[in-house]
Design a protein around this ligand. Structure first.
Ligand code: AMP
Length: 457
């Protein structure tokens, strides 16, 4: 018995009846971005592993556990035959292949690639504020479950440039855009949580603060958090384990680590959100797992649902990233962005009914070999002038059954081609609703059909 092929674990086919929902999301998102003056950017779906090592941080969950690596087949020098590492173990392998050969990974998120593209194409020299948006698939080797796939889709933005530095009003505008987008995409009153991680220096003191206060509870932390304590203490704040949550709840976090400047900056972001009438909650436990975030971070949830699989999207500032990836030796370049999960949005938004299948406007019914040949080529001619046309590719199908089918499908017009019509070089055009029939010379047929369908001249 042949083994049936299936899509890889954690991936999903989007069938034609669902595609319309996706197209609706995409076109609504594009329309919103247009009003904000953002332009689309498309970067490759795979990148050198170093990009994510250097940006997301070597201790982040994504880099340690979730990168899907593309491996060379043995004895092949080039990546001519890329395949996704098939085993779980391979997902954990981060060592590059041969020395000097970079490892390629499927992109797990958009920000790092866009910053790479920004630097590589010297976009900072072209404009002092770049506003990008992207829509596309991302890949993470996670354990698949509802709302969590190995291939999923994000719509997001990145705003990068000198003008984006030290500008709390911009933070609020970017957050406002994410909320506006969700509203336009059909998500009702999502909850916004915000926090400030402060500057790079503030993050260091925050990290020392956490180490100091969590040390005494080290043995009570879950196994994962004990590792996190060594590698990335912030992640303990995100842990879903009830025991760890209890320990974390006892910590008095309320921005203790923030410098005066960072506190003032955060206050201005909050004020700007209030000016824009955007409700939010400050959540001092919100840290985000990636190294590159500084200052404002935020996360958006469906109303009242705060589980780890529920977040609709997240984002924040990352002022050091351009510099850290080699972009500018002169100092920080401001940057802020967010990504929304499209599968999660579709789970939350009310389903719009699937559109009807595209209906033919004209069907060419034929009888006899010569009529079939004529219909077969004339169908193409109608399509080139924008008419949704169809015919049967079975030369032997009776005219009667073709007409029965046309009747059932609600096609407005039938062009009937029989032996007489071929001799006269005229076709019958039947209005299927009224039953009225007219004869037109072949040479006038396109013009007459377009007129009937009101498709201009
Ligand atoms: P993150 O980059 O992890 O902050 O992700 C931003 C958003 O993308 C999340 O809030 C989710 O909506 C979505 N997302 C992230 N990972 C997945 C996944 N594995 N499956 C589906 N959606 C995801």
């Amino acid at each position: 018995m042949t083994v049936k092929l299936a899509s890889p674990r954690g991936t999903k086919d989007i069938l034609p009846e669902e595609v319309s929902q996706w197209q609706e999301l995409e076109s609504k998102a594009r329309a919103v971005f247009k009003t904000y003056g953002y332009r689309e950017i498309r970067t490759p779906i795979f990148e050198d592993i170093d990009l994510f090592d250097r940006s997301l941080g070597q201790t982040s969950d994504i880099v340690t556990k979730q990168l899907l690596k593309l491996e060379k087949r043995e004895a092949q020098e080039e990546y001519t035959n890329i395949y996704i590492a098939p085993s779980e173990a391979a997902l954990l392998t981060l060592t590059p292949g041969a020395i000097g050969v970079p490892s390629l990974v499927l992109r797990p998120e958009g920000t790092a690639s866009i910053v790479r593209a920004y630097i590589q194409n010297s976009l900072n020299k072209k404009e002092s504020l770049s506003q990008f948006y992207y829509i596309g698939p991302m890949f993470r080797g996670e354990r698949p479950q509802k709302g969590r796939g190995r291939q999923f889709h994000q719509v997001g933005v990145e705003v990068i440039g000198l003008k984006a530095l030290d500008n709390p009003d911009l933070d609020a505008k970017v957050i406002a855009l994410s909320m506006r987008l969700l509203k336009e995409l059909g998500v009702k009153s999502p909850d916004l949580k915000i926090n400030s991680l402060g500057s790079k220096q503030d993050k260091k003191s925050f990290s020392s603060f956490l180490e100091l206060h969590l040390k005494k509870d080290f043995n009570n932390l879950c196994e994962d958090c004990q590792k996190r304590f060594e590698r990335n203490v912030f992640r303990i704040l995100d842990c879903k384990n009830e025991k760890c949550r209890e320990i974390v709840r006892k910590l008095d976090l309320k921005g203790a680590h923030l410098s005066k400047e960072s506190k003032e900056y955060f206050e201005k972001v909050k004020k700007a959100l209030q000016r824009l009438d955007i409700p939010f909650e400050v959540s001092s436990h919100l840290v985000r797992g990636l190294d590159y975030y500084t200052h404002t971070v935020f996360e958006i949830f469906p109303q009242g649902k705060y589980g780890s699989q529920d977040a609709l999207g997240a984002g924040g500032r990352y002022n050091q990233l351009v510099q850290e990836l080699g972009g500018d030796d002169n100092g920080e370049i401001g940057a802020i962005g967010f990504a929304l999960g499209m599968e999660r949005i579709l789970l939350e938004k009310p389903k719009s009914s699937a559109p009807e299948k595209e209906n033919f406007e004209v069907f060419l019914a034929h009888h006899g070999e010569e009529a079939y040949e004529y219909a077969y080529t004339f169908e193409e001619k109608l399509r080139t002038v924008g008419v949704v046309a169809g015919t049967s590719y079975d030369a032997n199908l009776s005219l009667q059954s073709q007409m029965r089918w046309v009747d059932k499908q609600n096609v407005p017009y039938a062009i009937i081609l029989g032996e007489n019509e071929m001799k006269e070089k005229k076709a019958i055009v039947k209005d299927m609703k009224s039953g009225k029939q007219e004869k037109f010379a072949f040479k006038d047929l396109i013009k007459k059909i377009k007129k009937k369908l009101k498709k201009g001249e």
